[in-house]
Design a protein around this ligand. Structure first.
Ligand code: GTP
Ligand code: SPV
Ligand code: MN
Length: 596
């Protein structure tokens, strides 16, 4: 039975029902009984496997199709009326053409299946910053994952009331045909249509599709920003908390930084890190002229491989209950394992494809983009105010990417405009989070290349305009944890030790430390990166010393000169939509580099 009298919602559900022709329609009220019944049903069909409830209470296992394991950027479209509004960095399809093509694919796609109606809220229920969506889907995995990743059910429809302000999300697995897989966004119609996939980023429509692509478009109209950013609070020994947001491309360390545990040296002094969000931030200008951030999500869709008691104990702890694991190793006693969890791979287990797996085979048991879907409230370091409807005020924004060379450990922009330039030239080596070749360097402005729902030139302009409206803007930094030495080893130990860089950033925000001015911005003085009590690493017996700090902070102008031509080529595509401020910043950087 319908759970609302909202005519627009009813009309949307009815229209899609006519098209996809499901056997029946079930409205998700969000009750424990209803969700429990769905879990049981999914287990009876094999869509889910119930895990060892003693070791992993409330946890389930799922496998996606073998050719359906990551976001499909080449099949993701922004279907704005005018091509120029999608911009050169997005795939575009005319809305009429996209609707017609998709209707063909959706026709009778749910025959013999159930269509679930999932009302969901991005952001805490009742926050003025929250936004509503309704996702229709024929996948129980999607319903249960949406329950973890967003707030769902009757309370969302009550919040929506009779408003038309909701995103219409349609998803069908169809036949999981990779040739007919499309993720279509119609920003002007508040509509997302996804078909022939069952992988998270393509089908959990609240996440990248809504909270970034649609929301970035809405933010441009309404004067706010939707960003691919983690949010953390850094508590200093006096109890003061400094909030920082950070944008890194997919699989470049957001979840890890969001749940960072400071080195013992800092912990003893009383420093703590609190998680507010690990992937998406919605940013608004407060009455105080500061930038305020909320995390619109309710859970973590985290990368499993590499997550261990050593690298990220808080993430691992978050997965111990009420979690859905996708494409990891399934052990004999119905628990889970993945590469990098420990040095003890299980014998007699099944790999992510469901085949018997031999750890000595040289083949990974988990897919490199295997994921866990865990409730945020499971996280031991979740901030007590993480659901505060007004959000948290940002003191700093950090950009970063995966760069084997070039980018120093950390540098600070001169001002907001220069910071927007720094964000616009983020470049990173591609990862397994999206289909396609990994390890290819690409320019990924603001870590938003696959997620900006409109012309990126206009998006840069919007960032510049936001800065003008902020009387107390966050300071903007760039970091790179991934620099390699000539032998291909990470120079910087990363993970918890990243706190040493965060500490410098916080001290910069508080005006407690000065910096060196270089061609690319401000860099720390070598003595100001605290390496007290740092462990040995990489080269056995060689301690990370002041020379190593100096090397990793170095700006390397030769390399920077190499990055300029690709940046220029990237910028050139935007023609008159490229803000002149950014063209000017690029020119200034070039001039400074030739002077050093
Ligand atoms: P998405 O969920 O795809 O957006 O990824 P993410 O940005 O949250 O990245 P995540 O924190 O899951 O880390 C991705 C990979 O980078 C994992 O394999 C981590 O182990 C690795 N990683 C994270 N932080 C560091 C670091 O400081 N140094 C090094 N060397 N690797 C890191
Ligand atoms: C990413 O790829 O940036 C993710 C996972 O966070 S997904 O939801 O698939 O986009
Ligand atoms: Mn992400």
């Amino acid at each position: 039975m319908a759970l609302t009298t909202n005519k627009m919602v009813l009309h949307f559900v009815d229209e899609m029902k006519q098209l996809a022709n499901p056997n029946n329609v079930i409205w998700i009220d969000g009750s424990h009984e209803q969700l429990e019944a769905l879990r049981q049903e999914a287990c009876s069909t094999g869509e889910l496997i119930k895990l060892n409830q003693e070791k992993l209470p409330g946890c389930y296992y799922h496998r996606s199709a073998i050719d359906d394991v990551a976001r499909v950027e080449d099949r993701t479209f922004i279907c704005s009326k005018n091509e120029i509004d999608a911009g050169p960095s997005n795939n575009w399809m005319a809305p009429e053409k996209a609707y017609a093509m998709a209707k063909d694919i959706y026709k009778d796609a749910m025959k013999g299946r159930t269509m679930y109606v999932v009302p969901f809220s991005m952001g805490p229920i009742g926050s003025p910053f929250s936004k509503v969506g309704v996702e229709l889907t024929d996948s129980i995995y999607v319903v249960l994952s949406m329950d973890i990743m967003t707030r769902i059910g009757q309370r969302v429809l009550d919040m929506l009331d009779d408003s038309n302000d909701f995103v219409r999300g349609m998803h069908s697995k169809c036949a999981l045909d990779a040739q007919k897989r499309y993720i279509l966004h119609f920003p002007e119609d508040n509509t997302i249509w996804s078909m022939n996939s069952g992988y998270g980023g393509n089908v959990l429509l609240g996440k990248k599709c809504f909270a970034l692509r649609m929301a970035s478009f809405q933010g441009k109209q309404e004067g706010w920003l939707a960003e691919h950013m983690l949010i953390i609070g850094i508590e200093s020994p006096d109890g003061e908390v400094t909030y920082i947001a950070g944008a890194f491309p997919s699989q470049c360390g957001k979840t890890n930084l969001a749940m960072l545990i400071p080195p013992e040296y800092y912990r003893k002094k009383g420093y703590k890190v609190w998680t507010v969000g690990d992937d998406i931030a919605w940013l608004r200008i407060g009455d105080d002229g500061r930038l305020w951030a909320i995390n619109p999500e309710n859970g973590f869709f985290g990368v499993a491989p590499g997550t261990s008691m050593k690298s990220n104990p808080n993430a691992l702890e978050s997965t111990k209950k009420n979690t859905i694991f996708t494409n990891v190793v399934l052990t004999k006693d119905n628990t889970v394992w993945w590469e990098g969890m420990d040095d003890n791979p299980p014998r007699g287990a099944l790999d992510w494809k469901g085949n018997p797996w031999d750890p000595d085979s040289g083949e990974p048991g988990a897919h490199p983009n295997a994921r866990f879907t865990s409730p945020a409230k499971n996280c031991p370091c979740i901030a007590s105010n993480w659901e505060d409807p007004k959000g948290v005020p940002l003191s700093a924004i950090i950009f970063g990417g995966r760069r084997a060379k070039v980018a120093p450990l950390v540098y600070q922009s001169r001002d907001w405009q220069h910071g927007v330039f720094v964000g616009s030239i983020v470049a990173s080596e591609t990862t397994a989070a999206a289909t396609g070749k990994t390890g290819v360097l690409r320019i990924d402005p603001f870590a938003m290349l696959p997620f900006c729902g409109y012309n990126m030139g206009d998006y840069w302009q919007h960032w510049l305009d936001m800065g003008k409206a902020l009387s107390n803007p966050p300071k903007i930094f760039n970091v790179n944890w991934f620099r390699l030495d000539d032998g291909g080893n990470f120079i910087w130990p990363g993970f918890g030790d990243n706190f040493r860089v965060i500490d410098w950033i916080v001290r910069r925000c508080k005006g407690e430390v000065d910096a060196r001015e270089t061609a690319i911005g401000y860099t720390p003085r070598t003595k100001d990166i605290n390496i007290e009590d740092m462990e040995y690493y990489i080269h056995p017996g060689r301690r990370f010393n002041i020379d190593a700090v100096r090397a990793i902070l170095s700006v390397g102008s030769v390399y920077w000169k190499e990055i300029l031509p690709p940046v220029k080529a990237f910028y050139a595509q935007f023609e008159d939509r490229l803000p002149k401020e950014l063209a000017e910043e690029l020119l200034q950087l070039e001039l400074r580099l030739w002077l050093v």
